[in-house]
Ligand binder design. Structure first.
Ligand SMILES: Nc1nc2c(ncn2[C@@H]2O[C@H](COP(=O)(O)OP(=O)(O)OP(=O)(O)O)[C@@H](O)[C@H]2O)c(=O)[nH]1
Ligand SMILES: [Mg+2]
Length: 365
């Protein structure tokens, strides 16, 4: 029986985990390996799942909460993928507000606590240098909340290797500043500079993932009250809607109108967006996606669907530091505005909005 590799790619919201998973998955596939992915969120309707399925990966979802608190759901999803896809490699993306993965996920797998026996790779934690530097100049950080900063830096502390992502966007000075900050927060930790978009550093990183996690590493102490407060400071909103129009509309223009307007309104309300992402699937396989990771970063088009469509399925995920009700009101307002601007009728199918609950891991070793 083959020994399937299980690779956890952690890191804060918007750090580039899904983009890296798609790129690593492609690299493994080009070597002839079979690859599957597990996505994870606090609730259903995931942009990441839509994107990775569109890229041709079998995807299992844990949508009831983070891997650590829903370890048995993670086992169920792994078992299902092992049965159906028979992968050589499973790439797993924990929720971006999650930490203490070494104690609650990596060590339990390494100690044989799981129902599936998989070879767990070293824990990689991605960090977006611009986001990292945004924590530098104020005590409360970009989210105006020391508990969110606590979660962000705990993720770095528990990494077996730190991956400085989106290298293509960084000036040499930003790279240097980010590397110095990482060395200060996690002294001596291996750190790779990568760009999943342009390929820089990716092959070096891929090779390290063929190794096995060092489960004997001491886990950082994590204060769960602070961790819980950090997670709860962010409003979490997932939404799905069906779009229809009498005359064809541009999926790209709809997403830009919706997310551009929403992002500006959140900024005007004094809220810092951790990640706003939305995708639109149209008949015939067209797929458009936009994303914005805050701190003044522009809205980016990750996938374009240039042909006009008469219908589409919209998925929107927002994580932002404001009250859940504010996030919900602004999303509904901007859905309405985009609907009017593009003469598209929007039928909301699902809309979940809340602050994440206190984390209660199944195992903590
Ligand atoms: N230029 C550039 N952009 C990148 C790179 N990696 C990711 N991005 C962009 O960063 C944004 C966020 O990327 P994701 O991969 O969705 O980040 P994530 O960590 O999975 O986000 P969450 O799942 O919400 O926590 C997207 O617009 C990506 O296209 C990169 O290497 N270079
Ligand atoms: Mg993701």
């Amino acid at each position: 029986m083959k020994n399937t590799k299980l690779i956890f790619i952690g890191g804060f919201l918007g750090a580039g985990k899904t983009t890296a998973i798609a790129a690593l998955g492609d690299m493994f596939r080009r070597e002839g390996k079979t690859v599957a992915v597990i996505t994870n969120d606090q609730t259903e309707q995931l942009v990441d799942t839509a994107l990775l399925r569109k890229a041709g990966f079998p995807v299992g979802e844990v949508t009831s909460g983070c891997f650590c608190c829903h370890f048995h759901s993670l086992e169920d999803q792994l078992e299902a993928l092992l049965d159906t896809a028979r992968p050589d490699v499973i790439l797993a993306e924990p929720v971006g507000s999650c930490t203490d993965l070494l104690s609650t996920v990596i060590k339990p797998f390494s100690a044989g606590k799981a129902t599936v026996n998989l070879d767990v790779a070293p824990l990689s934690v991605l960090v977006d240098a611009r986001r990292l530097l945004s924590f530098r100049d104020s005590e409360t950080g970009p989210f105006q909340n020391p508990e969110v900063s606590y979660v962000f830096f705990k993720q770095l502390e528990e990494a077996e290797q730190i991956i400085l992502s989106k290298a293509d966007l960084l000036s040499p000075a930003e790279q240097e500043e980010a590397l110095a900050m990482i060395e200060e927060k996690a002294p001596g930790r291996p750190c790779l500079l990568v760009s999943a978009k342009e390929g820089e550093g990716m092959d070096r990183w891929r090779k390290t993932l063929l190794g096995t996690a060092d489960a004997a590493r001491p886990s950082p102490a994590v204060d769960y009250d602070i961790y819980a407060a950090g997670e709860a400071a962010l409003a979490w909103l997932n939404c799905a809607a069906e779009l229809t129009a009498a005359d064809p509309f541009s999926p790209d223009a709809f997403l830009t109108s919706l997310c551009g307007g929403l992002y500006d309104a959140l900024s005007d309300a004094g809220a810092e967006t951790a990640h706003l992402k939305a995708c639109l699937s149209a008949p015939g396989g067209a797929f458009a996606k936009v994303s914005c990771t805050g701190s003044g970063a522009p809205l980016r088009t990750d996938a374009a669907a240039p042909d006009p469509a008469r219908q589409g399925h919209l998925t929107l995920n927002l994580r932002v530091n404001c009250a859940p009700e504010t996030a919900k009101d602004l999303v509904l307002t901007h859905l309405e505005k985009a609907s009017r601007a593009l003469s598209v009728s929007v039928r909301t199918q699902a809309l979940d909005c809340f602050a994440p609950a206190y984390p209660n891991p199944v195992f903590r070793m």
